[in-house]
Design a protein around this ligand. Structure first.
Ligand SMILES: [Zn+2]
Length: 226
């Protein structure tokens, strides 16, 4: 086994099966660059491949942070949905990029079944979009678009923070996802909200990024002749 990986014992909260899942030792992962939508590229081992735990018995899948976070209703619903289901792929061993993509899709499917919040779906769709980006696959844009739709819904209806994203970071991210999807007018509006937000003073790196991407979106908007 790659010695930058370690094994973690997990009990599935849905079927109570026990299994070991691999995780990347974060100190062994060297970041190469960070995209403006917070996607991190790595030199070698990418910890994103191991962020989703997949139960090998029932296929219940979620991020490590939310894996045990299920209520009685989720357990009832997921037990019913997963009964008789088989997991055809081994997610407990070293994962290829395709394995990571399949694991992330299972996590999205699980989140939809348990009617997860829009912010949770937005985060998972963004993770999947990044995995497609690593693969050079145009499906990236489909999932950036799902992520954007869900962040817009979450922005209207949910309380902040969303995971580790505070309100101003989400505003920025909505702007950047809009820009990547060619919605330059929307991007300009959202970046404008970031640089006018009083919270920017406590989030100076977000303000700086917003100003840079705002200028880029304006340029792209002009270039498109809109
Ligand atoms: Zn299970």
């Amino acid at each position: 086994m790659n010695n930058s990986l370690y094994s973690k014992k997990i009990t599935c909260p849905i079927c109570e099966g026990q299994f070991d899942s691999l995780k990347a030792k974060i100190n062994s992962c060297k970041a190469k660059k960070k995209d403006e939508d917070f996607c991190i590229h790595y030199e070698d081992l990418n910890p994103a491949y191991y962020e989703i735990f997949v139960c090998p018995y029932c296929a219940y899948s979620a991020t490590e942070n939310s894996f045990e976070d299920v209520n009685e209703e989720d357990i009832r619903l997921l037990r019913e949905a997963f009964s008789g289901r088989e997991v055809e792929r081994n997610f407990c061993a070293e994962r290829s990029l395709n394995d990571a993509i399949a694991a992330c899709k299972l996590a999205i499917h699980t989140a939809e079944l348990r009617k997860a919040s829009a912010s949770v779906l937005a985060g998972l769709c963004l993770k999947l979009a990044w995995l497609y980006r690593f693969a050079g696959d145009k499906q990236e844009y489909k999932f950036l678009s799902y992520s954007l739709q869900n962040y817009l819904e979450a922005f209207k209806n949910e309380k902040f923070p969303f995971g580790n994203l505070n309100e101003i970071s989400v505003m920025y991210l909505i702007g950047e996802l809009s820009r990547r999807l060619g919605k330059y007018n929307d991007a300009i509006v959202w970046f404008g909200k970031v640089v006018a937000n009083p919270e920017r003073k406590q989030n100076m790196w977000i303000e700086k990024l917003a100003r840079e991407q705002w200028a880029l979106a304006k340029e792209q908007h002009k270039g498109k002749g809109e």
